[in-house]
Design a protein around this ligand. Structure first.
Ligand code: FAD
Length: 452
């Protein structure tokens, strides 16, 4: 099997695997406290049920119905109902209804000014987030006319194995990776893209394979020749891909790798009914694909940088849950995370992006493509997977907005809504727990290899 040296630099980031793992052992406890123990960060508002998949209208792709689950149902007949994919996919715990338009109208609607809004009311649970900012990398959750969404407890609905698989899941991942084909513009990107079909074809697959093989080579070379060699030094540019396109791919693939890690780590053994790590699942999906692990670590570096960058601006933010003591405690927890995140300087250098060569012209395209990835999440046919898919695309969207739309020297600073903040910190927490799981899995592989 392929082993990556801990001293190897994570490509496109400015830190080694071990630096990121050490940082994570510092950040994780604070991040867990923040996301598991505060109301502000443990409830997420989203439109989970009322949006239609904008890209295809194939009922069979939805795993909630019998057609998609044909294989699973055949296999699952012998297991208790509660362990079946359809059951595992269901949301649990309290989920509050959105207060609705009436309550919103009662509040004075002020213009959103200044980072995170000077008017602290914006940070309260009821939000005015109809506004779509052209700087957003994500489709606002309530873009659809049908309903404002519900609050869902993230603590009661952990991201883990659900059994969602097959044609429906494959179609979603394929559509997501198809967005990666910058040079093969398959359809126009515009604000109204929601109704455009996703072009089909092998282009995306080719592109993905080329890049993955290249990355694999890089990682192997790094390990075998010089553990400190950076990605740029070993020359991925030879592949003809600029930094911006590569970053887009890495974000998506890193998110995919993180989801795979969680479902392998928190896996339901359908024979015993126990939740436990599944080493075979890890080996097949991650260990034998070191570039996916590299992308996950890359995302950790990217989101860490965004969290560190936003940190100073959260000092004056009011985490309004209606209880002053709790709000102060929430802020203290947020700052503990942002300060830890800032402890490794220059972990990712966003100033290199959209600057040279074709970079500047790619920014709008990059943004529109990422918005499409967020739209595709409405095609995920498993409630819990859709919840975490939407949350994580919103989290990466917020991180990208902070990195690329937020100029320290400008007065025109984008606003972050409450949902964006919740998504950002929970996405960071997902990456953090994925990284811990990877370390755990790696130890299991080593132990297994020693034993044989
Ligand atoms: P998939 O993971 O479906 O991958 C499809 C193909 O993509 C692979 O064959 C491979 O060629 C390529 N690929 C895989 N990983 C990467 C990567 N990191 N980078 C680049 N290419 C890659 N299932 C759960 O049990 N729990 C969940 O919470 C969950 N959430 C999901 C959220 C979303 C948005 C989606 C689309 C699916 C989710 N699923 C979840 C399903 C899960 O991701 C897999 O699709 C499913 O387990 C089937 O896996 P697979 O082995 O067929 O490969």
């Amino acid at each position: 099997t392929v082993q990556i040296s801990p001293r190897a630099i994570v490509s496109d980031a400015c830190a080694s695997y071990s630096t990121l793992e050490n940082l994570n052992s510092k950040v994780k406890p604070a991040l867990d406290e923040l996301t598991k123990e505060t109301d502000f960060f443990s409830y997420y508002r989203l439109n989970l049920f009322h949006k239609k998949c904008p890209f295809w209208n194939d009922e069979n792709a939805m795993c909630g119905n019998i057609a998609c689950a044909v294989n699973t149902i055949d296999n699952e007949e012998d297991i208790p109902k509660i362990w079946r994919a359809s059951e595992l996919s269901k949301l649990e715990g309290p989920s509050a209804k959105h207060p609705g338009k009436k309550v919103q109208k009662e509040r004075p609607k002020k213009p959103l000014q200044g980072l995170l809004g000077e008017n602290v009311g914006e940070s309260c649970v009821v939000e005015y987030d109809d506004e779509c900012d052209e700087r957003d990398y994500c489709v606002p959750e309530d873009e659809s006319a049908s309903g404002k969404g519900d609050y869902v407890s993230l603590v009661h609905n952990p991201e883990r194995f659900t059994g969602y698989a097959g044609e429906g899941a494959k179609m979603v991942w394929d559509a997501i990776y198809r967005e990666n084909c910058f040079q093969r513009s398959s359809f126009p990107h515009s604000a109204s893209l929601g109704t455009s079909p996703v072009a089909k074809g092998p282009a995306a697959q080719d592109f993905r394979n080329v890049l993955q093989d290249a990355e694999r080579q890089q990682i192997l070379q790094q390990h075998q020749q010089n553990p400190s060699t950076t990605f740029a030094q070993t020359g991925l540019e030879n592949e003809g891909e600029c930094l911006e396109k590569r970053v887009f791919y890495r974000v998506v693939s890193g998110m995919h790798a993180s989801i795979s890690t969680h479902l392998c780590w928190d896996f339901l053994n359908q024979t015993t009914g126990e939740w436990q790590p599944n080493l075979g699942c890890y080996k097949a999906r991650l260990h034998t694909h070191p570039e996916r692990i590299s992308n996950l670590y890359f995302n950790y570096a990217l989101v860490t940088r965004a969290v560190a960058k936003i940190g100073p601006h959260l000092q004056s933010y009011t985490f309004c849950t209606g209880d002053e003591e709790q709000d102060a405690a929430t802020k203290a927890k947020v700052l503990a995370v942002t300060q830890s995140a800032a402890s490794v300087p220059q972990i990712f250098d966003e100033s290199l992006m959209f600057k040279n060569g074709e970079g500047p012209s790619l920014k709008e395209d990059f943004k529109n493509r990422f918005r499409n990835v967020s739209r595709v999440m409405d095609c995920v046919g498993c409630d819990k997977c859709r919840l975490w898919g939407k949350l994580q695309t919103a989290g990466y969207g917020a991180a990208l907005k902070i990195l690329f739309e937020f100029d320290n020297d400008s007065e025109d600073i984008p606003v972050l809504k409450r949902t964006e903040l919740v998504a950002l910190f929970n996405t960071y927490a997902r990456l953090s727990s994925s990284m811990k799981a990877i370390v755990g899995f790696r130890a299991m592989v080593e132990a297994e290899e020693k034993a044989t």
